[in-house]
Design a protein around this ligand. Structure first.
Ligand code: GLN
Length: 258
């Protein structure tokens, strides 16, 4: 089996260690003896890279880079990505990339960037009296379509680090990825974090998220293989002792009851 990971705007959208998500996927795929191909997609890339993708990754950025991407990810490129998402091809979209899944992003300079409009959500930058939302974050997965995959041990807790100015508002609470246990999440007010639809996951969690939450990496891999090979796939367990020790240490430090 082979999996093609398409890293969207790798040179523009990649902050606070988001590259670690690609490393975590590569590491786990190697343990599973699944061949990995990486497509580095950016402004001048061929749309064929999108067409052959089995799994999408896109990281965070600041407003300037987001403006460049908003101009580029339109027309046929947007359509191909939308079709892929509708066909359930999984993807992980962090922070600035998460904001792109929605209708618009109002930048700190009050410029309205039209986004992909794939999910009913929108994002506005902080008002002058508001601060950036920064710090450690723990989210409990509550999304009814995702929660069943995260029943074992403490897997339902996602651990990460957030650093954003944007406040994201979901039109439907049920679309949230989860509820905030520690930190700020989507907007610091409604205790919601992220979005999940089809097999697409948007979240503010840097950290990077996948090395700290290996069950999420395995969920993405499993779904990508299922969609590509059109069969039920059950991954063999990977030795996660170190990752689990780190998770337990962090959850204890954050006083999360598991
Ligand atoms: N520019 C966006 C914000 O501040 C995204 C930040 C990020 O991706 N880290 O909300």
């Amino acid at each position: 089996m082979t999996l093609n990971i398409c890293w969207l705007y790798y040179d523009l959208m990649n902050t606070y260690g988001d590259y670690g998500n690609l490393l975590a996927l590569e590491y786990r795929l190697k343990q599973l003896q699944i061949k990995t191909q990486i497509s580095y997609f950016s402004v001048n890339s061929s749309q064929s890279l999108l067409e052959k993708a089995d799994l999408f990754l896109m990281g965070g950025a600041e407003d300037r880079q987001q403006e460049l991407v908003a101009k580029d990810l339109v027309g046929q490129k947007r359509r191909i990505l939308q079709q892929k998402i509708q066909k359930q091809v999984p993807g992980l979209y962090i922070c600035g990339a998460y904001q792109f899944l929605g209708e618009y992003y109002l930048t700190a300079a009050a410029k309205k960037l039209n986004c992909l409009n794939f999910a009913p959500l929108s994002t506005k930058s902080a008002k002058p009296h508001q601060t950036r939302l920064i710090g450690d974050i723990v989210v409990e997965i509550t999304n009814p379509n995702l929660r069943p995959y995260f029943q074992q041990s403490n897997n339902r807790f996602l651990i990460g680090f957030e650093n954003h100015n944007g406040r994201t508002y979901l039109k439907k609470r049920d679309n949230a990825l989860g509820k905030v246990i520690l930190g700020k999440g989507n907007n610091g007010l409604d205790h919601l974090e992220g979005v999940f639809f089809q097999n697409t996951l948007g979240t503010y969690l840097h950290g990077p998220i996948l090395p700290r939450n290996p069950a999420l990496a395995d969920f993405l891999i499993e779904k990508a293989l299922q969609i590509k090979y059109n069969q039920v796939i059950s991954l063999k367990p990977i030795d996660d002792q170190l990752e689990q020790q780190n998770r337990l240490r962090l959850l204890k430090e954050f006083h999360v009851k598991i």
